[in-house]
Design a protein around this ligand. Structure first.
Ligand SMILES: Nc1ncnc2c1ncn2[C@@H]1O[C@H](COP(=O)(O)OP(=O)(O)O)[C@@H](O)[C@H]1O
Ligand SMILES: [Mg+2]
Length: 226
């Protein structure tokens, strides 16, 4: 699903990623951990084409990031969904409208959109809130809307950037159980967190620990693939 080889990224004089190599297979769950400023968000942004590949080789969901341009990045985004730390949902629109938008921009026929959105809202226990404005929701509910919007398109790969960062422990654990359900259904997931406790939710997951842009340690080896 993802292959990175010797990927580095700089913002001016500052190297946010230094020589990262990584393999993620279809169906993997990868935790991206490390302190604030370690490069987690930069790595996720690179993986969905929000920032260009500067150095190294990278392929994501069958797309070579070296040949990705602003004109074809939408094709990658069809396969890769993101749950942003600050949700990025539209507060003045309803829950239904926020989730449906992800399908409307893909020109999905209306009846199909309605069916899919209802099914996802049901799965995330948001059905009763479908017609509420997002501004009226609690933080935990807004977070679930962000997850609903990401998964409704049936992405090959789901990226989540500290999705439990603003939640209390109970809500964080509920959200994790939702990610684990998607994983159990075969989704490939990368979840960035600086909360070590989250890792205990899935002891079999791969872990990549970033520190100051470098891989500090990983619980698997690339030696088989290099
Ligand atoms: N757009 C940007 N411009 C300049 N520096 C940036 C930018 N984005 C991130 N950085 C820097 O890159 C480093 C890694 O940031 P980031 O990927 O956001 O880390 P994390 O998500 O692990 O907290 C930090 O030192 C940060 O200040
Ligand atoms: Mg970050």
């Amino acid at each position: 699903m993802i292959t990175l080889r010797h990927v580095s990224h700089n913002f001016g004089p500052h190297w946010a990623l230094k020589n990262i190599s990584l393999d993620v297979c279809k169906g993997d769950f990868l935790f991206l951990v490390g302190p604030s400023g370690a490069g987690k968000t930069t790595l996720l942004r690179l993986l969905h084409g929000a920032i260009p590949l500067q150095r190294g080789q990278a392929s994501v969901a069958g797309f070579d990031l070296q040949t990705l341009t602003s004109r074809n990045v939408h094709r990658l985004r069809r396969e890769v969904s993101v749950v942003f730390q600050d949700f990025k949902i539209l507060p003045e629109r309803t829950v239904f409208a926020n989730v449906a938008l992800a399908l409307e921009v893909r020109n999905m026929p209306r009846p199909h959109t309605e069916r899919r959105v209802r099914a996802v809202l049901r799965g995330l226990d948001l059905e009763a809130k479908a017609q509420n404005l997002c501004a009226e929701l609690s933080g935990g509910e807004q977070q679930r809307v962000a997850v609903a919007r990401a998964v409704v398109v049936g992405p090959q790969l789901l990226l989540a950037d500290e999705p439990t960062g603003n939640l209390d422990r109970e809500l964080a654990m509920r959200l994790m159980s939702i990610f684990l359900q998607f994983h159990a259904h075969g989704s490939t997931i990368i979840l960035a967190t600086h909360n070590q406790e989250i890792l205990s939710c899935l002891p079999t997951a791969k872990i990549l620990h970033l520190e100051d842009g470098s891989v500090a340690w990983a619980n698997w080896s690339l030696s088989d693939t290099e």
